[in-house]
Design a binder for this molecule. Structure first.
Ligand code: FE
Length: 347
């Protein structure tokens, strides 16, 4: 359904702003920096009069900054990628739980934090990405990569490239796998995956895809938007990589492909709390969702919204079945998964 965006607090904010002879504002700490996001923020300012002051950094940089600033932090809204990082921030007490009927209606429970005792929510997903298997379409049969379990199958020995197991993207994926296979099953799976590695993990997801194109490996694990980025790139060398690979959305016949989010919440010490909530509600509107998701070749997190993205369309013409375990539950399990990695000696 469409949820019209009318900031309930707007009138009060503008009045307060006038009384103090100040422009209402909002301090946004963002680990996202896409040009489409800037247009989005400008639209928000136009609609509400709330000025956005942005601090851009990578995820680790933002978290370090928030911690060192403590109660003096000017942050009102924090945007991060991967539920693992959002959950960690929540656990560190750097979000404040909020209630918002608009957000609770727009963003499915599987794509937001678990509720506090009073029902408050610390963070919400605003876009989704799938953790897909990318493979050499000339050398790998689709049925060899149609399930995450097969990444550990001896038939794929020496073929797999994956970034470090401790990276949040993999911790989240492994956590979902653990949820499905149980701890003993996941341990066996990790050992099998480790035995199948074509090389020790290095680089990011795009490096793994390039590894497939160069022939160093035949199978890679990557977030969907990195593949889409290569497909939509103007650079011939990127297009050549994209042409060599195919994408598998694993576990379509079982539990579904692992999906994660980019999202955000209200900072613990937010001075502009009402503006922060208004901004998050704005991000969940249909018009904002389409831009936010497309900016990084992702899918919208809010219910019932489609994006028109040629690369995503080509990757999954008929859509795909995604994981139903809440991303927050997956995130919660991460310390256990890290221990598992340490025990197995997974790099
Ligand atoms: Fe990424």
């Amino acid at each position: 359904m469409r949820i019209p965006f009318v900031p309930t607090t707007l009138a009060a904010l503008l009045l307060a702003g006038t009384a103090a002879a100040q422009t209402p504002e909002l301090n946004l700490y963002s680990a996202r920096h896409y040009s489409t996001d800037e247009a989005l923020y400008a639209d928000f300012t136009k609609a509400t009069g709330i000025r956005i002051n942005r601090i851009d950094s990578d995820d680790a940089g933002l978290v370090a900054r928030l911690k060192s600033e403590g109660a003096a932090s000017p942050a009102d809204v924090i945007l991060l990628v991967d539920a693992a990082r959002l959950h960690r921030l929540e656990r560190d007490g750097l979000f404040q739980p909020i209630r918002s009927a608009r957000l609770e209606e727009a963003i499915p429970p599987t794509l937001r934090s678990l509720p506090a005792a009073d029902g408050g929510l610390s963070w919400f997903g605003f876009s989704t990405r799938a953790r897909v298997i990318v493979y050499d379409k000339a050398g790998v049969k689709p049925e060899d990569v149609d399930r995450y379990e097969k990444l550990a199958d001896p038939r794929n020995k020496g073929r797999v490239c994956i970034r470090s197991g401790s990276h949040p993207y993999n911790l989240s994926l492994f956590s979902a796998v653990t949820q499905h296979l149980g701890e003993a099953g996941a341990e066996a799976w990790l050992k099998g995956l480790q035995a199948n590695l074509a090389r020790p993990p290095k680089g990011g997801d795009t490096d793994q895809i390039r590894g497939v194109a160069s022939g160093e490996c035949q199978i890679a694990v990557s977030n969907s938007y990195y593949v889409a980025r290569l497909m939509r790139s103007d650079k011939p060398e990127d297009k050549a990589v994209a042409d060599k690979v195919a994408v598998s959305f694993p576990n379509q016949d079982s539990w579904g492909t692992h999906v994660n989010i980019a999202g955000g919440g209200v900072a613990r010490h937010a001075k502009n709390r009402a503006n922060a909530i208004a901004f998050l509600e704005y991000l969940a509107t249909p018009q904002a969702q389409a831009h936010f998701a497309n900016g990084n070749n992702e899918w919208p997190a809010a219910r019932g919204i489609r994006v028109d993205n040629p690369a995503l369309q080509a990757m999954s013409p008929n859509g795909f079945k995604s994981e139903t375990i809440p991303v927050a539950t997956v995130a919660e399990r991460q310390p256990q998964v890290q221990q598992l990695l340490d025990r197995v000696g997974f790099p």
